[in-house]
Structures are given as C-alpha cells and as structure tokens.
Design a protein around this ligand. Structure first.
Ligand SMILES: Nc1ncnc2c1ncn2[C@@H]1O[C@H](COP(=O)(O)OP(=O)(O)OP(=O)(O)O)[C@@H](O)[C@H]1O
Ligand SMILES: [Mg+2]
Length: 255
C-alpha cells in the first residue's frame, strides 16, 4: 500500500448519512481524523456510535456521503482497518484457543491455498505479548474472564498489522485494573504509530484517556480536544435528562 506522505489524514468522512429501514442513524456527519491520534467517540445509547464505526469499516453502505481511509475509498480499503467489536457481538462459546483468535487477525493476509506461516504465528504471538495474554495462548477463549477476552480481541486486531484500529467500547464491563491494562495497550499502539478510534461510555475518564473526542448523536455535535468537547451546554443538549451526573464530572475536572 502506498500512502501519500503529505496526506496526514487517516480517516476522512464527508456528509455521511446512514439509515436503517429509512430511519436515519447518522445524519450529515463530516469529520477528518489525523494519523497517530487516540480519539474517543462519545454519545448516549443509540446515538449512532457503532454505526459510525461500521461505516468507517465499510461494513455499511451509506445513503449519502463518503468515507476515505488513507485517502482511499472505504469499500476498497476494507482490509486496512482493524476492528474490535462491541462485546455482545461475539460468540464466546466457540471452541477456539487464545492463540487461534490472535492468528485470525492474520487470515486476511494469508491466501486460501496456504497455512499460516511462522511469520504469521510470530505476529500473533507478539500481539498477545502486547496485551499481556501470551501466557494464556493455549486456553479456550470461553474459559477467560471478560477483561481477558477483550484483550485477546485487541491482540487479534493488532496482529493484522494495520495502522488504523477501531474499537467499540473496549472498556465495557471490565474492572479498574483491566481498564488500566487496556488503556496501556491503546497508548502503546499509539506510540507505535497507530491511529485509534475508540467508542467510550464514561465521560468521567474521557478527558484523561483521549487526545480528541467526537461527540455524536445522529449528528456530529463536536470534535476536538476534550476541554472543547466536554462543555456543559453541549452535553446537556446531547445527554438531555442525564446531565446532572455529567455536570458533577465537569465540576470534579475543573476542581
Ligand atoms: N442493524 C440495525 N437495524 C436496524 N436499526 C439499527 C441497526 N443497528 C442499529 N440500529 C439503530 O440505529 C441507531 C444507532 O444505533 P448504534 O448501534 O449505532 O448506536 P450506539 O451509539 O452504538 O448505541 P450503544 O451505546 O447502545 O451501543 C439506534 O436507534 C439503533 O436502534
Ligand atoms: Mg454501540
């Protein structure tokens, strides 16, 4: 893949409109995400955050608008973006080991007529080391805790070797220690030159974790540094009745 070195943009979204059964989930969203950033996507339930991620992946055809990945049309660039789905979307009873899950990240790059090579196994192993799950390589995925499963799925995405990673709520349902561990992986991936777009639910940690935030509810309400996005008027418009909790967060942050 050749990337125009003057093109600093990892993801370019223009006038993106996506509907399910003619009900719009995203309306006229335009946004440019530069390389080497750790970007959080926030917004209430049903705001269209997962839809936004899936449209960037090229999984969903927009009604209107375009998505470009490294300057290329998203449909053509499908293999260039790694994805960690929202947890409910995965069948954890599937009989497969941790190592095999990580190796699945390589399958896009392995032609159908050959088995994984040593280099593929090494990439999978390295990714498991990055998320500190290499010691569990032979375990069945269903026998891990939720936080460990989440890290294995991050390893699968990292093993792909792509520069852009999209993660849909990687922190959902994990304890504080696992949350730290996952954040560390995100930061290491960023230091290694990756661009990460992460759906995140917790406004209390959003400013600490991310370089930039995308605030979305059907439309794009704000995009920029956390201090610019976590504004009371914006949050009250987007989160409506649930604002009180968040004004407490803002007070705590400015204290
Ligand atoms: N496959 C689908 N078919 C029909 N409607 C859908 C589908 N997926 C999502 N929707 C609807 O589109 C809207 C946006 O959903 P989406 O999953 O993108 O929201 P979200 O911000 O990720 O929510 P959550 O925080 O609950 O994960 C919702 O109203 C949802 O019901
Ligand atoms: Mg979602």
């Amino acid at each position: 893949m050749t990337i125009n070195s003057s093109n600093r943009n990892a993801i370019e979204v223009e006038h993106l409109t996506v509907s399910y059964h003619s009900r719009p989930a995203l309306l006229d969203v335009s946004i440019t995400i530069e390389r080497d950033q750790l970007v959080g996507v926030i917004g209430p339930n049903g705001a269209g955050k997962s839809t936004f991620i899936k449209a960037i992946l090229g999984f969903i055809h927009p009604d209107i608008g375009t998505v470009r990945i490294n300057g290329q049309d998203a449909q053509k660039a499908k293999g260039q973006v790694a994805y960690v789905p929202q947890r409910g979307a995965v069948d954890w009873d599937f009989p497969i080991t941790v190592e095999e899950v990580a190796l699945m990240g390589r399958y896009q790059k392995i032609p159908w007529y050959r088995n994984p090579r040593k280099a593929d196994r090494e990439a999978a192993r390295e990714a498991l080391e990055m998320v500190r799950m290499a010691d569990y390589a032979d375990r069945q995925i269903g026998q891990l805790s939720g936080g460990q499963q989440q890290r294995v799925f991050m390893a699968r995405a990292l093993a792909q070797g792509n520069d852009i990673l999209l993660l849909d709520e990687p922190f959902a349902g994990v304890d504080a220690a696992t949350e730290r561990a996952i954040l560390e992986v995100l930061e290491r991936a960023k230091a290694a030159g990756k661009t990460l777009v992460v759906v995140h639910h917790d406004l209390a940690t959003a400013a600490e974790y991310f370089d930039k935030l995308i605030l979305i509810k059907q439309r794009l309400f704000a995009y920029g540094p956390p201090s610019a996005v976590l504004q009371e008027d914006l949050l009250s418009e987007v989160y409506e009745g649930r604002l009180r909790v968040f004004t407490d967060v803002l007070k705590k942050e400015s204290a």
